[in-house]
Write a protein that binds this ligand. Sequence first.
Ligand code: MN
Length: 347
Amino acid sequence: VSEEESIDGAGIESTEVTRERVLERIREDSRFVLAAHEGPDGDALGSLVAMQGLLTALGKDSRMFIAPEDLPLPYEYRFFALDGLIQAPPADIPQRTVVFLDCGNIDRNSAIVLQEGKHLLNIDHHHDNTRFGTVDHVVPDASCTAEIVWDLMHGLGVRPTPVLARALYVGLITDTGRFMYENTGPRAHEMAADLIGAGVDVQDVYRRLYEEMPPAKLALLALALSQIQRFDSGELTLAALSAEDFQHASAQDSYSEGIIDHLRSIQGTKVAALVRELSDSERGSGRRKVSLRATDDDVDVSLIAREQGGGGHRRAAGFTTTLELEPLIAFLRGAIAAQLHPAPAPA
Ligand SMILES: [Mn+2]
């Protein structure tokens, strides 16, 4: 493609071009640091661990950065071997290529300490990615960032070990809701077939991620389900967990993962919201973390999250706020209504 054809109206290079640029950096550079978004989920961690395995297979020197506040990892991800883990930028960061994975922006991300890297490869699938890299390989059509890493792996001719394949598979099944969310296309299943062929033990991964649940996690779910609130004929279904709720359930912060799927599943819901008060350990006393899920395309929750300085996908987004619960709910109801029932334009 010519230079003009490869750049769209907004000056953004096509993913064919950015893919080649990423492959070139990986082939030519020898030292790397990898990072993902804060509070890393299955896709962030799976992509991180897989990229580490990929670079190691190519004989590169690679380190994985995870901020101290994100460790230990949520229990379901502790089986990942974190080879090459660092918790602070290495002294030679100006000579290293930094790879940001599944990271829509780095403004409020601890990984911002890696900005001094030689090259910044921004590999992500969030459509609202702020394109902060020196190369921005952003593929909104990818079901997960792990799918992009999987594609790069094939581009580099690396055959995955079972451990590398498992890391990619974790990213795939967590971000697609086990192949149930709207981002699940043929490619997600082709990727699954490829990875299972490379040695992924499907039942073992399922057990690790979704069973072996600490009883406190179920206790927290029970607390959330017992205080569901519905607004505007149920278009907004919300549960708010306080710091005391976490204490009563003896639950860790990460145990709220998955609760929002129950809220979204309730009849008539357009938007599900899980609000949780951040504990002191998350450096956020008095702040609340809000996760949003949309049931269909009628509401774009990433727009709502962005109004509060957050972001995400159209059907899954989030933000952090200092708003008290009442004004927060008022904001959400207003923002949802503005999309569902826009006022008619003045004549
Ligand atoms: Mn993701």
